[in-house]
Design a protein around this ligand. Structure first.
Ligand SMILES: Nc1nc2c(ncn2[C@@H]2O[C@H](COP(=O)(O)OP(=O)(O)OP(=O)(O)O)[C@@H](O)[C@H]2O)c(=O)[nH]1
Length: 475
C-alpha cells in the first residue's frame, strides 16, 4: 500500500467521536500511538475494526456495507477487519500486507492505531509500523492450536514481541483474543496457560511485569473491548475492559526541550514534497529550517499535518506529514533523520553494537552479512569483528574477541553498513540507538548501539572526534 493510501485511509476513518465517554477536551487528550502486532490471523484487524466501531469511528452503514461485501466473497467474519484492510489484495486474501492507520478517543487519550501485518513475509512493514508506536497490543489467539502455532519456533508471536521491545515500545498489552471460540469458552485455565507460557519469554526479552497488561477479549463479538465482559459469560476475570486498560496506561514524559529528531518513514507528493515520519524529540514548528541526514540537506517545513489536521507544531510521539521545501522527492529515503540545524545527528557507516542473537542456523563468525533494520531503513550489514561475548545474567564481558558466537548468545560486534545511517549510542538517545537483524526472511537478532568509532563518520558531521578502539568498545 502506498503512503498516500495509508493517509487516505486515515482521513476516511477519522470521524469525530461525540458519542464516546470522553470527559477531557480534545486539546488536553494525550496523543498516543498503538501498534497491533501478533501472529497471522490472531485477529488484529478484526479487533482494530471493532474498536473503531465501538468508539463511533465506524458507522453502522459502513459496517453493513463491509458485511455485505465480505459476505459476497464468502468471508462474512471479516467485516470488521475491512475497516483497516483497505486494498483489494488484503481483502481477497484476508491478510494485512502493509500497516493501516486510524484513530479514536478514549476518556484520557487520543489514540492512533497502527494495524501491522502478521504474516512472516511482511515483517519489514511491521517494523515500520512498530517504530512509530508508544504501546503495542500483542494479539494472541486463544483458539486451540492457534496460540501454539504462533508461539512455537518460526511463529510470529515471539518475533513481533521482540521487535516491539527493540523498537523501544515500553508498554505491552497482551490481548488474549477469540475467548468466545467453542474450543475456549472463556476458560480461565486456557487464559492462565497462555499467560504462564508467555511470561518467561517476555521477561527474557526485557519486559518488566509493570510494563505488561493482560486482557481476555473477543474481538469478534466485542466482549471486554469497551464494556467489561459480563460475569455470566466470564465469572473469573476481575480486570478492566481493553479500553479501560488503555485509558489507565501511564506513559513516559516526552522530550520537548531538546534538539529535533524526526525519523523518516516514507515520502510522497501532494501539493509538494511530503515526508511521513515520527517526531522522536524536540518540537517541529511550521517554518523551521531542519537538516535531512544523511546527506545533510537543508529543508524548510512548509506545513505540518497530524491526524489529518493541519497544526502549527508537532511534538515527540506525533506521527506527522510534513510538507517541505528545498529537497526533491528523490532525495528522501526511509531511515533518514530530520534534525535541528545547529545540533545534527551523526551519520556513520560503522558502529559497535551489543546484539542478542535469537535465531540462527549455526554459529556466527566475522564476515557474516545480513540486513540491518535501523529505524525505517533496511541496509546490508557485515560483521567486521566480534569484540566480546557478554554474560546475559550479569551483563559483563565473558570472553574477549571470540572466534564465533552461538544462537542464544549476547555479544558485542563492530558492524559496517553499506550506506550511511543515523545512529546514536543507545544510552544517549534510545530511539536512534536500536537495530534489528534479519536474514532470509527471519529476524535473527536485535541490538543496541554502544558507540560510533569516529573515523568513519560521514557527511562532515561535527561532534564525534572519538576514534575508539575495540577495547574501548568493551568498557
Ligand atoms: N471466534 C472468533 N474469531 C475471530 C475473532 N477475532 C478474529 N477472528 C477471526 O479470525 C480470522 C482472522 O482475523 P483477522 O482480523 O483478519 O486477523 P489478523 O491478525 O488481522 O490477520 P493478518 O492481517 O493476516 O495478520 C477471521 O476469520 C476473523 O473473523 C474472535 O474474537 N473470535
Amino acid at each position: 500500500m502506498a503512503a498516500s493510501e495509508v493517509v487516505d485511509g486515515m482521513q476516511r476513518l477519522q470521524v469525530e467521536d461525540d458519542s464516546g465517554p470522553a470527559t477531557s477536551s480534545p486539546e488536553t487528550l494525550r496523543n498516543i500511538n498503538i501498534v497491533f502486532i501478533g501472529h497471522v490471523d490472531a485477529g488484529k484487524s478484526t479487533l482494530c475494526g471493532h474498536l473503531l466501531y465501538l468508539t463511533g469511528n465506524l458507522d453502522e452503514r459502513t459496517l453493513e456495507k463491509y458485511e455485505k461485501e465480505a459476505k459476497s466473497k464468502g468471508r462474512e467474519s471479516w467485516k470488521f477487519a475491512w475497516a483497516l484492510d483497505l486494498t483489494e489484495q488484503e481483502r481477497s486474501k484476508g491478510k494485512t500486507t502493509d500497516y493501516g492507520v486510524a484513530s479514536f478517543r478514549t476518556r484520557t487519550k487520543h489514540i492512533t492505531i497502527i494495524d501491522a501485518p502478521g504474516h512472516k513475509a511482511y515483517v519489514p512493514a511491521m517494523i515500520s509500523g512498530t517504530g512509530q508506536a508508544d504501546v503495542a497490543i500483542l494479539v494472541i489467539s486463544a483458539r486451540k492450536g492457534e496460540f501454539e502455532a504462533g508461539f512455537e519456533r518460526g511463529g510470529q508471536t515471539r518475533e513481533h514481541a521482540m521487535l516491539a521491545k527493540t523498537a523501544g515500545v515500553r508498554q505491552l498489552v497482551v490481548v488474549v483474543n477469540k475467548m468466545d471460540e467453542p474450543t475456549v469458552q472463556w476458560s480461565q485455565e486456557r487464559f492462565r496457560d497462555i499467560c504462564d507460557k508467555l511470561t518467561p519469554f517476555l521477561k527474557q526479552i526485557g519486559y518488566r511485569p509493570q510494563e505488561l497488561s493482560w486482557v481476555p477479549v473477543s474481538g469478534y463479538s466485542g466482549e471486554n473491548l469497551r464494556e467489561r465482559v459480563s460475569p455470566s459469560v466470564c465469572s473469573w476475570y476481575r480486570g478492566g475492559s481493553l479500553l479501560e486498560v488503555l485509558d489507565a496506561l501511564k506513559l513516559p514524559p516526552r522530550p520537548l526541550d531538546v534538539p529535533v529528531r524526526m525519523t523518516v518513514v516514507d515520502k510522497f507528493r501532494e501539493m509538494g514534497v511530503c515526508i511521513l515520519g515520527k517526531v522522536e524529540s524536540g518540537i517541529v514548528r511550521n517554518g523551521d529550517r531542519l537538516l535531512l541526514m544523511p546527506p545533510r540537506l537543508a529543508v524548510q517545513v512548509a506545513g505540518i499535518t497530524v491526524d489529518a489536521e493541519e497544526v502549527p507544531a508537532a511534538e515527540p510521539g506525533d506521527n506527522v506529514k510534513l510538507l517541505v521545501k528545498g529537497v526533491e522527492e528523490d532525495d528522501i529515503h526511509p531511515g533518514q533523520v530530520l534534525c535541528a540545524e545547529d545540533a545534527p545527528v551523526e551519520a556513520t557507516t560503522v558502529f559497535d553494537g551489543q546484539i542478542m542473537l535469537v535465531e540462527h542456523k549455526s554459529i556466527l563468525t566475522a564476515g557474516y552479512r545480513c540486513v540491518a533494520h535501523i529505524q525505517a531503513a533496511a541496509v546490508e550489514v557485515v560483521f567486521e569483528r566480534l569484540l566480546a561475548e557478554v554474560d546475559r545474567r550479569t551483563n559483563q564481558i565473558a570472553k574477549k574477541y571470540p572466534k564465533f558466537v552461538r544462537p542464544g548468545s549476547t555479544f558485542i560486534a563492530r558492524l559496517a553498513v553499506a550506506q550511511p545511517v543515523c545512529v546514536t549510542p543507545f544510552k544517549d538517545f534510545a530511539p536512534l540507538g536500536r537495530f534489528m537483524l534479519r536474514d532470509e526472511g527471519t529476524t535473527i537478532g536485535a541490538g543496541v548501539v554502544l558507540r560510533i568509532p569516529g573515523q568513519r563518520i560521514v557527511s562532515g558531521v561535527k561532534g564525534a572526534t572519538d576514534s575508539s578502539s575495540s577495547e574501548a568498545a568493551m568498557t
